[in-house]
Design a protein around this ligand. Structure first.
Ligand code: G3P
Ligand code: CA
Length: 269
């Protein structure tokens, strides 16, 4: 039971908790993973970037400003780029208070810490390599951390891990370096591009705002990097009506900040 190997079947799409259950807990924190687990959601999505001293951390923006108290702790360091701070500096930041007082003290997790929490809950991970053009070599480094944490064994590779990016070059690099890892391209490429990317990805993952039933069907007719039909996951869908609509298009997965709402709408999992 992966994210929809039998594309076109009656089974409802898989539900992916976007940045964790990020409508209910601060995005990309361990608390958001815990919240997804509490809701019984199997898949979590996260975003990976790199610190000044080469540590991989889980955060969406390339600046620490929106989701931490970095402006207060390091007032002179505008524009507070993730890549301009060491892992030790980032570990001092509060990544929860901006969301709500109940989450004061939540941290920006390292990827290793994040993987351990997902593993603890026996969840599955859709890992996004964010803005890889800022971080040369981040693909190999991500694979190293995954390997060190036990995420490249047969079981994780089969149905617990997908790596995705808006960068096709980045996904080509992941596929070349570790061909067994399932990968996804974020975006709505032309069908000519889809055919090209199918050499190194297993999924095409478009914004729901650009999705049509014809596009989903056309992508499903293309064979992906591991010999199965390309899958389609769509983002970010937070209401029941849109969830039902994209399910009707035949998508394999829905990425959502409100996994409980989407799951209830789709009647799955
Ligand atoms: O997983 C898809 C979605 O996360 C891509 O957009 O900006 O939320 O990372 P973004
Ligand atoms: Ca993302």
């Amino acid at each position: 039971s992966d994210a929809g190997a039998d594309a076109g079947a009656e089974r409802p799409p898989s539900v992916f908790a976007h940045r964790g259950a990020s409508a209910y807990a601060p995005e990309n924190t361990l608390a958001a993973v815990d919240k997804a687990a509490e809701l019984g959601v199997q898949w979590v999505e996260n975003d990976v970037q790199r610190t000044k001293d080469g540590e991989l951390v889980v955060i969406h923006d390339d600046s620490l400003r929106r989701t931490t108290d970095v402006e207060r702790v390091f007032p002179g360091r505008s524009p507070w780029k993730v890549g301009d701070f060491t892992a030790a500096e980032i570990a001092r930041l509060d990544a929860g208070s901006w969301f709500g007082a109940a989450y004061a003290g939540a941290r920006v997790p390292t990827v290793a810490e994040y993987l351990r929490r997902v593993e603890h809950h026996h969840q599955r991970l859709l890992l996004e390599i964010k803005q890889p053009e800022l971080y040369p070599g981040i693909e190999g480094q991500t694979l190293d951390v995954l390997g060190n944490e036990g995420w490249l064994d047969r079981q994780h590779l089969a149905d617990r891990l997908i790596v995705q990016s808006f960068s096709a070059d980045s996904m080509r690099a992941v596929h070349e370096q570790e061909p067994a890892v399932r990968t996804g391209f974020l975006g709505t490429p032309s069908l000519a591009r889809v055919a090209e990317y199918a050499g190194f990805v297993d999924q095409i993952n478009p914004s729901h705002t650009l999705l049509t039933p014809r596009y989903v069907s056309a992508v499903h007719r293309v064979t992906g990097a591991h010999g199965r039909p390309l899958e389609v996951l769509t983002w970010t869908v937070d209401d029941a009506a849109t969830a039902r609509k994209v399910a009707g298009y035949g998508v394999d997965g829905v990425i959502t900040n409100k996994p409980d709402v989407v799951r209830d709408a789709l009647g799955g999992q």
